[in-house]
Ligand binder design. Structure first.
Ligand SMILES: Nc1ncnc2c1ncn2[C@@H]1O[C@H](COP(=O)(O)OP(=O)(O)OP(=O)(O)O)[C@@H](O)[C@H]1O
Ligand SMILES: [Mg+2]
Length: 238
């Protein structure tokens, strides 16, 4: 944990990208703390910096400025070796898109994650996902793969003991019932002592969180309880 007892601690974090002669500001002066057992929803429109924020917390991307301490480790000062260990044991991702490392195949990418977590069943799930057909089917196939591999009792991508769980639009293209199931699983994860950050652009989904961090053009424009009050997942409609 960081000095404040938070599992995730960002101070003055910015991320700029150069695009030709232009500069895109993806994140600007973001300061944020997330404690164990927090379920935080990161809300914002497309392009507001949600994925950039998650990737920086997960050490898949580095900030242009600021400091990031996750699970007690200053990942802005870590060596490559330390970062490698951090990605294995510090964070778990539930991804919006599939491919992580362009040089690896999709299967190799997920197998990398499986080896990292030491979980054979993750590999099984990976094979099921990747074998499951067309790109459009791919979006809905994870759930059936999870169900097939675990009788619905546990969910492979959520099953590692890593203290931080990061989910980027986990309900994105899923049907309502499946989306609800995933939210329930993420919610339960927070109750096991993890810090859970869930990205969405859906205001209704955001209402199941303890806390909503809202981004607009890379800035945190709101950080507090959900607008309109917190909702039980069972009462959710979208
Ligand atoms: N690799 C990159 N190179 C250049 N610009 C980038 C890159 N990655 C992100 N950006 C820009 O940074 C900004 C934030 O992008 P980000 O992907 O974090 O947004 P987002 O909130 O996740 O959007 P979405 O809801 O569409 O997933 C956008 O303007 C995006 O175009
Ligand atoms: Mg995104």
């Amino acid at each position: 944990m960081g000095p404040s007892g938070a599992l995730v601690e960002l101070s003055g974090v910015g991320r700029r990208y150069s695009v030709g002669s232009n500069e895109v500001v993806a994140l600007a002066d973001v300061s944020l703390r997330v404690a164990a057992e927090d379920l935080v929803v990161v809300l914002g429109p497309s392009g507001s910096g949600k994925t950039t924020l998650l990737n920086i917390i997960g050490a898949l991307d580095s900030p242009s400025e600021g400091r990031v301490v996750v699970a007690g480790q200053d990942i802005t000062r870590a060596s490559r070796k330390e970062l490698f260990a951090f990605r294995r044991h510090g964070v778990s991702f539930v991804f919006q898109t599939f491919n992580l490392f362009p040089a690896l195949t999709a299967l190799e990418n997920v197998e990398f994650g499986a080896d990292a977590a030491g979980q054979d069943h993750v590999r099984e799930v990976a094979r099921c996902w990747i074998a499951s057909g067309s790109p459009s089917e791919r979006l809905t196939s994870p759930t059936s793969c999870w169900a097939a591999s675990s009788n619905g009792s546990d969910r492979a991508p959520l099953a590692s003991g890593n203290p931080i769980l990061l989910a980027d639009e986990p309900t994105g293209e899923l049907d309502f019932q499946t989306g609800i199931q995933i939210l329930e699983l993420l919610h339960a994860q927070a109750h096991t002592g993890r810090a859970v950050l869930v990205v969405t652009h859906n205001r209704e989904i955001a209402r199941v969180a303890d806390r909503v961090v809202e981004l607009s053009s890379g800035h945190v424009v709101r950080d507090g309880p959900p607008e309109g009050g917190q909702l039980e997942i069972a009462d959710l409609r979208w």
